[in-house]
Design a protein around this ligand. Structure first.
Ligand code: 13P
Ligand code: SF4
Length: 302
């Protein structure tokens, strides 16, 4: 089937099945073009609580589809590819987290949404890259266990005197940005603004003009008078930035970095998932109920 035919069929099936398509900013351009809502983890979580359709079809990675299911348990949530994973989400294990909690009985557990439902269930509150600082600043406790991203934890630590105990997880995509390459990129484009994701290493963040979630970057690009941007995050976002700002120029801040989990989903997978209503997200009621508490606490800090 050619691209346009399959896109047409996807649009028709969405209507017939009363399905809504939620898409993350790192997805391939063809899928971004079909989105009913395109956004970052926080925006997508909020949207999942608002949609009226029976089926949510989620093009992103598994933890995002799980989050949508936890927040909208009465909906069918479909993930077109079961292998669309986030390695960072799998870096925390429940047993390890329970041990850490035992060692720090007064600590509040803040978990980045890039985590499994089981880990969210053992946490007090979730956060995304868009609201992590706000979430931590609003917590009463002076001690915080922060999982799974050590780089986001270190970034948040810059804005609080609370003691943050980081889990030593990381995103292999953002970890690949180096101080040398962003300095080189700035030399090559001295009039460009360097905008990086807080999952980048601290020495890269030190070089940045702005540190933002993916939708924060979309907003900044739209509103800023600046015409050139160096983008320190997964390359998929460049498609949207260029499409929405044709008069501006966007470069990757170094060698383009690709997230495999975000890129496995193709149009054919989306079509098959809708057609067969396949790969419905399922979790135990107990896990969902406990994880929902942490996610709902996060949604107060939008
Ligand atoms: P955002 O919430 O900023 O879109 O980030 C999600 C993600 O997976 C970053 O690697
Ligand atoms: Fe996970 Fe990193 Fe991919 Fe985001 S970019 S989904 S954190 S592996």
């Amino acid at each position: 089937m050619d691209k346009e035919t399959i896109k047409k069929k996807i649009r028709r099936l969405k209507k017939e099945k009363n399905a809504v398509l939620l898409v993350h900013n790192y997805q391939i351009g063809d899928i971004q073009d079909l989105a009913d809502f395109l956004g970052d983890s926080l925006g997508l979580s909020r949207e999942a609580t608002r949609v009226s359709e029976d089926i949510i079809i989620f093009c992103g990675v598994k933890f995002m589809a799980e989050t949508a299911k936890i927040l909208s348990p009465e909906k069918t949530v479909l993930l077109p590819r079961l292998d669309a994973g986030c390695p960072m989400a799998d870096m925390v294990d429940v047993e390890g987290l329970l041990r850490l909690k035992t060692n720090h009985p007064n600590a509040t557990v803040v978990t980045y949404v890039n985590s499994t439902a089981e880990v969210k269930a053992e946490s007090d509150v979730c956060c995304t890259s868009a609201n992590a600082v706000k979430v931590v600043q609003n917590i009463e406790s002076d001690e915080i266990i922060f999982t799974p991203d050590r780089n986001l934890a270190a970034y948040v630590q810059r804005f609080t005197n609370k003691k943050i105990i980081p889990w030593e997880g990381f995103c292999y995509v953002h970890e690949r940005f180096t101080k040398d390459e962003v300095i080189q990129a700035k030399k090559s484009h001295p009039d460009a603004l360097l905008v990086v994701h807080p999952e980048c290493p601290p020495e890269v963040i030190d070089q940045a003009d702005e540190v933002l979630s993916t939708s924060g970057m979309i907003q900044l690009a739209k509103l800023s008078p600046v015409k050139k941007f160096l983008i320190g995050t997964e390359e998929g976002i460049l498609y949207r930035l260029k499409k929405e700002n044709p008069e501006k120029t966007f470069y990757s801040a170094g060698v383009a970095k690709v997230c495999q989990g975000m890129k496995v989903t193709r149009l054919e997978d989306l079509y098959q998932a809708l057609l067969k209503e396949q790969h419905a997200i399922k979790m135990s009621e107990t896990t969902m109920n406990r994880a929902r508490k942490s996610l709902e606490s996060m949604l107060h800090y939008v």
